[in-house]
Design a protein around this ligand. Structure first.
Ligand code: MCN
Length: 796
């Protein structure tokens, strides 16, 4: 679908400010008065597991400029209670969450123990360094094997370290496995990884003593849930808490929903001290006290026939959820339910155990459980192809859900208890397009040439689906101003995705106005109070659809008011280029701004615009109501969109890699993507999202690792030691699209924000395996690991 704007690569309106240093981030917010904001710093646990015996803050209080030093004991009422479990699940039988400040035990390095507030961050840090905390060190659990072996307990009352255990089965797996002509077993692992936004978490809060209200700025993906958490923890009505997410320098999952300790403590300090208070996370804090994801170990048993058709698939896996479970088991649930991707195995059984370890907590990180699931499924299909001597694409084709099988019910149940039903897709066509783009069939010739030159190259692929745009709801408020400009307010926040541009595209098309007349705001509870937030690739589907509905409502009203004023039939009118015009008689017209004036009950008062507007209407008659009977004042529409279920985007990636024969360095020669996110609102923005996702996926697959030692110390908690890819390591992306619109929302949109990252470990493992000729079963993979594997394989 292409409107005047939807479907076009409209330039991002956000970029001039963001790329010229004019972005306004939380750390840039002024104190709102002559007195500068106080700043907070935290004493964090240096131990992975320890009992707090004593905290001596005396020396810190002596530092000039220090205004408060608080431990758990100083926290009032609900602020002293454990943080909430945001996404409970019946299978989460031992939920545990942390506290704003640890009360008696610390469960990972980096947990906040004491907060210091001072005139500036330097003084706060100096004072924090003077605080002496006496600990009794307790046994530490690091990594899945240690957690499974229960060598120690992360939480004393959970001796087996098991937070959750869940089994789902579709069909009779044992029977299908027994009847399968061939059976294979694999062990596959993915290590922890983490998001690394340019801007860390940041909070700024001000208390208005007269109004007894709080204004808070937070670098968050979900301003409304921060507001809800802060209101609850500070015992304030929602109406007395405003949360604003200004520009947010990336989130990638780590800034969603969770009320981070600092998001409670900083506003609490502002209220108690009567001054603006701020805190901006430093990089080490981001590594040790925010969140990680991905760490899973999987055991697969698969039964298949001679065509590669999967008859039975049994997956058992273990998930490292870190020290607490604020997000319940959302990541392993996503792995277990979306692992099947675009395929339909005869029978499927998945069982997972979510384990506590003395490491940083897990929250969904871009892709959220899917990269692990795709790694498992795609590695399994590659192994089947190798066993049968079939082309890897043939095995995919033998297992695809066919285009005429939608809606397709996988028979699984998602987190919310609803069935997992794919809405639309065309997987065979997507693979055709990918093969053509990457030149799959021609690769044997290229390989032969490379071999003749003494080079080692390989090609790999990976396919996936992604449930995007989950509910429950999202809303939009579209208001036509009396000057004809349009204001669109949404509740969710943007972290760089370009929401201001795309929602303007949608509103402009729906209302029939030029895009430069539309202004979009988001992430500000003052403007839009009820929203869920930006995660799970849901903004385009959810807020995009709400903008459609709200703009349609505003337009319907505009036509009603204009029809009344112009004394013509409503169905004869439309809005074109900001003008309400009569079909076939463009002389009968009225600017949308004038309709907005007519929709205003005070149009007869002092307003020049009103005079101008009435020249289009019947002579003003004080006895005639200002807006047509049955119509409410104001030219606006406010609507919520609530989908029946998620819509399923899909993608297929292929990569060509070269392995250096001597050093085992892995170079990506080509990276191709064919993506399907239904109707593209802005192809350039989608391309940017896919590029960013692939880059992040390459980082996770080849460079980034979180190197915990056996004491639970993160050895590489700095950007000096945590290796991220530079632009020089990211290949030029070749991108194509298939378009299967979703039948579930008005524009047929599916999400795209996580797409790029999801299959990258699977794709690169497939390509490296193809080059080296032996199985790759664990990611990330770096040159030294690959060198060791090659040496071992050569010896074997
Ligand atoms: N889009 C489109 N047409 C579609 C689908 C999407 O034009 N059919 C556009 C959207 O309008 C939006 C962008 O693509 O501008 C991403 O859309 P969507 O898939 O709805 O994802 P969200 O906007 O909800 O963003 C969340 C998603 C997630 S879950 C992570 S994590 C992530 C990501 O977006 N974090 C990001 N992309 C990111 N990009 C940046 N720059 N920073 C992050 O932190």
């Amino acid at each position: 679908m292409a409107g005047r704007y939807v479907g076009r690569s409209v330039l991002r309106t956000e970029d001039v400010a963001l790329t010229t240093g004019h972005g306004r981030y939380t750390d840039d917010i002024g104190a709102g008065g002559a007195t500068p904001a106080l700043e907070a710093a935290f004493v964090r646990s240096p131990h992975a597991h320890a009992r707090i015996l004593d905290i001596d803050v005396t020396d810190a209080l002596d530092v000039p400029g220090v205004v408060a030093v608080w431990t758990h004991e100083d926290l009032p009422g609900p602020a002293a209670l454990p943080l909430p479990v945001l996404i409970p699940h019946p299978a989460l039988h031992a939920p545990r969450t942390g506290y704003a400040l640890a009360p008696h035990t610390v469960h990972h390095v980096g947990e906040a123990v004491v907060m210091v507030v001072a005139e500036n961050r330097y003084l706060a840090e100096d004072a924090a360094a003077r605080i002496r905390v006496e600990y009794e060190i307790l046994p530490v659990v690091v990594g899945i094997p240690a957690a499974r072996a229960a060598i120690a307990a992360v939480h004393q009352d959970v001796p087996d370290n098991i937070a959750a255990h869940l089994v789902q089965e579709v069909g009779d797996v044992d029977r299908a496995m027994a009847a399968a002509p061939r059976v294979l077993e694999l062990e596959l692992a993915i290590e922890r990884s983490c998001s690394m936004p340019l801007e860390g978490k940041a909070v700024h809060a001000r208390w208005d003593a007269d109004d007894e209200s709080l204004r808070m700025y937070s670098s968050t993906q979900t301003s409304t849930s921060v507001r809800a958490a802060v209101a609850a923890k500070l015992e304030l009505p929602l109406s007395k808490v405003e949360v604003i997410a200004p520009d947010v320098g990336g989130g990638f999952g780590v800034k969603i929903m969770h009320p981070w300790p600092e998001e409670i403590l900083v506003p609490l300090a502002a209220r108690r001290l009567g001054r603006a208070v701020k805190w901006t996370e430093d990089r080490r804090e981001h590594f040790i006290s925010s969140a990680h994801e991905r760490g899973q170990e999987h055991r697969v048993r698969v039964g298949f026939d001679h065509t590669g058709r999967v008859l039975a698939l049994n997956v058992r896996f273990w998930h490292d959820n870190g020290a607490f479970t604020p997000y319940g088991i959302i990541c392993p649930i996503v792995t277990s339910t979306q692992l099947l991707g675009p395929y339909k195995p005869g029978a499927y059984r998945v069982e997972f155990t979510s384990l506590y370890t003395n490491t940083v907590i897990v929250t969904p990180y871009r892709g959220a459980g899917r990269p692990q699931g795709v790694f498992v499924m795609e590695r399994t299909l590659d192994r089947i192809a190798a066993e049968l001597g079939l082309d890897r694409t043939a095995v995919r084709r033998a297992n695809f859900i066919q285009p005429d099988e939608f809606p397709y019910d996988q028979g699984l149940t998602f987190q919310d208890g609803r069935p997992l039903i794919y809405d639309s897709g065309n997987y065979p066509a997507q693979l055709d397009q990918l093969c053509e783009l990457v030149g799959w069939d021609d690769f044997p010739r290229l390989r032969a040439e490379a071999v003749a030159q003494g080079r080692m190259i390989g090609i790999g692929l990976g396919c996936y689906v992604e449930g995007t745009g989950p509910g429950p709801y999202e809303g939009a408020h579209v208001t036509v101003q009396t000057d004809g400009t349009v204001e669109v307010s949404v509740g969710l926040t943007s972290q760089g995705q370009g929401h201001r541009t795309v929602f303007a595209q949608i509103a402009a098309d729906e209302l029939g106005v030029p895009i430069d007349r539309v202004r979009v705001t988001g992430g500000d509870t003052r403007r839009f109070g009820h929203a869920v937030g930006t995660f799970a690739s849901r903004a385009a589907v959810m807020s995009g659809s709400a903008v459609v509905l709200a703009a349609r409502a505003a337009k319907a009203k505009a036509l009603t008011v204009a029809a009344d004023a112009l004394e013509c039939a409503l169905e004869d009118l439309d809005v074109v280029d900001g003008l309400v015009v009569m079909a076939g008689n463009p002389a009968v017209s009225m600017p949308l701004g004038s309709v907005a004036v007519l929709s205003n009950p005070l149009r007869y008062a002092f307003d020049e615009a009103a005079k101008a507007a009435t020249q289009f209407a019947r002579p003003a008659d004080p006895d005639v109501p200002p807006v047509p009977e049955g119509t409410q004042p104001g030219l606006e529409g406010k609507e919520y969109y609530s989908p029946p279920r998620s819509t399923f985007a899909s993608g297929m990636h292929a990569a060509v890699v070269e392995i250096d024969r001597d050093t085992s360095e892995i170079t990506i020669l080509r990276y191709c993507v064919v993506h399907d996110c239904g109707t593209l609102i802005n192809p350039m923005i989608v391309a940017g999202q896919v590029h960013g996702g692939v880059a992040q996926g390459i980082g996770g697959a080849l460079y980034e690792t979180l190197a915990y030692d056996e004491h639970g110390q993160l050895q590489n908690a700095s950007l000096m030691d945590f290796l991220m890819p530079y632009v020089s390591e990211i290949p030029v992306l070749e991108l194509g699209h298939t378009t299967t619109p979703s039948p579930l929302n008005p524009l047929g949109i599916k999400g795209a924000g996580e797409a790029g990252v999801i299959p990258v470990p699977a794709v690169l493992a497939s390509a490296v395996e193809d080059a080296v000729g032996f199985p790759i079963t664990a990611m990330p993979l770096n040159p030294s690991l690959l060198f060791d594997l090659r040496t071992r394989h050569a010896r074997a």
